[in-house]
Design a protein around this ligand. Structure first.
Ligand code: BG6
Length: 513
């Protein structure tokens, strides 16, 4: 028998696992995420030869739209946001596999229409019925969407062999522990945990995946990766943009919920986790999870000492004036939502006993830059660190998550020609110099992993709840002080003076990126 090329599984880049032909259904199909991220990611996977040879993409949403209009919407989004240009030969095949179903997510009948269309498309392309439902919709729509899918018979995998359904859930998964649990219960009522993929797009970034490789594929770091050698760790995710057009969402969220609960805690978990005994998704997820479980709670009064929250005030970024947060369109003039947060935390296990982790993130800062900086302890005050020599700068390993992806190690070197004078120098690794191929976007990797049924880079329900439990303690601590005016930092600066004090009382300084 000659194999049918339409039904060939494509090997998954990285794992070599076969990717079955599939039907991707995007709920929120006419939304921003679909246009900016999902359709460009799918198209790039196609250009890179990574999509299965047979697939279809069905948009579903309340905005009325025809198949043709959805293809134009996709083309515009891809033109604007794709990392590779549109190629006519591949575009035509991609476009004919795109279609759209108009329907309100609250209307159970709409899901029946959706099912009818899915079945028609699967018959048209001879697709076997591996369905992936992407919930690119706000969290208050998760419940009607899951119920609608279930009532239309699209929840648990259908009985016939060789079929499956998976669901991808976008953040925010809740706004505190209770709401996160409720969302997990709603989705868990329809799909089994093994069918659910909760996205944290930071885990899809190449540089974030490289943290494990750096730590566990090199002999040099692991022996010193503990409280005996490491003085402290700083994790920074700074953003140049303000809140843009997302006032409504951001007012309800703030920096702690928006960035720390998910992205930054995942960076922390990867930096601090124990070596997993295998690369099996559950083993890796357990290792990340254990870090979250070991975080020392920050409760009540402690929240005021261990955290700093602030708002950007009027300022300038790259010569452009930026209004203060409370003057942005859609923001209350007496808003107490934080656009910046810095905090100090501890991981209570043997490896990290006594090592402070300083985390900070903010909007309207001088530049977009994310990094993890691991500072080693001072050398003994003899030889080059003893008088009359100045104190030697401690070794510092910095992992640049974005931009200028790479890493650097600061070491001390003798200044040529001097008797014994020293100067800090850097050993540098840049992705761009070392690898010619550009890195894929996070969503490319993550969509591919769902198709390959690999959940390593996704959040398990218990991890989502553990991070919300920790963050909710801080939120409650803040609330117990009532709402109050927050410290301010001028837009285009590195945060308020209170954040400097938080770290300087320990004898360290924030890095200027
Ligand atoms: C999102 C946040 O999850 O991450 C945004 O909601 C933030 O507020 C964004 O801007 C940052 O992602 P990235 O990939 O641009 O660093």
């Amino acid at each position: 028998m000659t194999p049918d090329p339409e039904h060939h599984a494509t090997p998954h880049a990285g794992s070599g696992v076969a990717i079955e032909p599939c039907t991707l259904v995007i709920l929120g199909g006419s939304g921003d995420l679909t246009r900016r991220k999902l359709l460009p990611a799918l198209y790039n996977l196609l250009l890179d030869g990574l999509l299965p040879s047979n697939y279809a993409v069905i948009g579903f949403g309340r905005t009325p739209c025809t198949d043709e209009a959805f293809r134009t919407f996709a083309r515009d989004g891809i033109k604007k946001f794709s990392r590779q240009e549109i190629r006519q030969d591949t575009w035509e095949d991609f476009a004919r596999r795109l279609c759209y179903v108009t329907g309100s997510g609250d209307d159970p009948n709409a899901y029946r229409d959706l099912r009818t269309r899915i079945e028609a498309v699967e018959a048209q392309f001879t697709l076997p019925g591996h369905r992936i439902f992407y919930l690119a919709i706000p969290p208050n729509s998760f419940a009607p969407a899951c119920q609608g899918l279930q009532q239309a018979g699209m929840g648990d995998p259908p009985d016939s062999p060789g079929r499956s359904s998976r669901v991808i859930v976008e953040k925010p998964i809740g706004r505190d522990l209770e709401s996160a649990r409720a969302i997990n219960a709603t989705i868990g009522g329809v799909f089994r945990e093994s069918q659910i993929y909760r996205i944290d797009h930071y885990l899809g970034k190449e540089t974030v995946q490289n943290i494990m490789v750096l730590r566990f594929a090199n002999a040099i770091f692991e022996p010193i990766w503990n409280h005996k050698y490491i003085d402290h760790v700083q994790i920074t995710v700074s953003e140049e943009e303000g809140i843009g057009t997302r006032a409504q969402y951001y007012e309800q969220a703030g920096a702690l919920r928006d960035m720390v609960q998910n992205h930054i805690l995942q960076l922390l978990a990867l930096t601090a986790m124990e070596p997993p005994y295998s690369l099996d998704p559950e083993v890796v997820r357990n290792a990340r999870m254990e870090v979250l479980r070991c975080l020392r709670p920050i409760r009540g009064e402690t929240a005021e000492h261990m955290t700093v929250r602030a708002q950007y005030a009027h300022g300038a970024i790259n010569g452009q004036e930026v209004p203060g947060y409370r003057r942005e369109t859609g923001i209350r003039p007496d808003s107490t939502t934080e656009t910046y947060v810095a905090l100090k935390c501890y991981i209570e296990n043997w490896r990290w006993a006594g090592v402070p982790f300083y985390l900070r993130t903010g909007k309207a800062m001088p530049k977009r830059a994310s990094e993890i900086a691991v500072q080693l302890k001072d050398i003994p005050e003899i030889l080059f660190s003893a008088a009359p020599h100045p104190r030697q700068a401690p070794n510092l390993l910095t992992l640049r998550i974005q931009p200028h992806e790479g890493m650097a190690l600061r070491i001390m070197s003798k200044i040529p020609g001097s008797k014994g004078n020293t100067h800090p120098v850097e050993m540098n690794f840049n992705y761009g110099d070392a690898f010619s191929a550009p890195s894929p976007e996070a969503y490319e990797r993550l969509l591919l992993d769902v198709m390959a049924d690999d959940a390593s880079l996704f959040m398990r329900h218990d991890a989502v709840e553990a991070s919300w439990a920790w963050v909710t303690d801080i939120l409650n601590g803040w609330d117990s002080h009532g709402s109050r005016w927050l410290p301010e930092y001028p837009a285009g600066t590195w945060g308020p003076i209170e954040a400097d004090r938080l770290i300087e009382t320990d004898g360290s300084k924030w890095r200027v990126l």
